[in-house]
Ligand binder design. Structure first.
Ligand code: SF4
Length: 233
């Protein structure tokens, strides 16, 4: 495939030629951030020179080690340069980026843009996968988001599955929205059907039970937050 060929080419032009960490055949699926950044800029059409050119301008090692290395999977345990070992060289990607900065083909703003791209990647959460792994429901909340202002619950109910409770709890409010399938909402001896695209709102200790009486899977999301007048927990 073309993507595999490009990866192989980059390994030869970048890793094999410039990186002292590179060991052919060893854990090649895991790439360092220097490699990923070079691949990102090259894919965006930016000129990265895979040749032994002179570094003419300012050294930007401090900028790169401060803004890129902290996001690198190798920085914690596997990179002597990031660990500050004296004389340890950075990876090949780092060297080429530093040259591109020094020779004016990349700017500080370009590095900032790539850093923003990394942050955006880190803000994406695979809630559907997590819900399946946890048996049907995943809460995207303070553990991942580092805020208590809001949260989201992604839920999947198998055909015939019952007794899924929705209850915001004291100080919270939630909106339940059925994304796909059909369910029944039970509350205080009453029962109403809910179809995909329909939503309802609960406050505090109000609660209901959801049942999927259908032959197909049902998927829902619950958006939650703190109520305006109640005590926070
Ligand atoms: S110098 Fe080390 S930590 Fe920094 S990007 Fe390269 S491999 Fe990762």
């Amino acid at each position: 495939m073309a993507a595999d060929r490009e990866t192989q080419l980059l390994r030869e032009k970048l890793c094999a030629a410039f990186c002292s960490f590179y060991k052919p055949g060893k854990n090649e699926d895991l790439t360092c951030l220097g490699y990923r950044a070079v691949a990102w800029f090259a894919a965006a059409g930016r000129e990265i020179r895979f040749t032994a050119e002179q570094h003419r301008g300012r050294d930007s090692s401090g900028l790169l080690s401060g803004r890129l290395c902290p996001h690198c999977p190798f920085s914690a345990n596997d990179c002597d340069y990031a660990a500050g070992v004296e004389g340890a060289p950075p990876c090949g990607g780092f060297i080429l980026l530093n040259r591109a900065l020094g020779n004016g083909r990349l700017s500080v703003d370009d590095i900032g843009k790539y850093e923003l791209y990394l942050r955006m990647q880190g803000q994406v959460h695979d809630v559907a996968k997590a819900a399946r792994e946890k048996g049907g429901e995943h809460v995207l909340g303070s553990a991942d988001l580092h805020t208590h202002a809001c949260y989201l619950i992604y839920g999947i109910m198998k055909p015939g599955e019952k007794e899924r409770q929705v209850r915001p709890g004291s100080g919270h409010e939630e909106i339940f929205c059925l994304v796909s399938g059909r369910v029944v909402v039970r509350r205080d001896g009453l029962c109403i059907p809910l179809e995909a695209g329909q939503a309802f709102h609960l406050r505090g200790d109000e609660s209901c039970m959801i049942e999927n009486q259908d032959a197909a899977e049902a998927v829902y999301i619950i958006s939650g937050g703190h109520g305006g007048t109640a005590v926070h927990h």
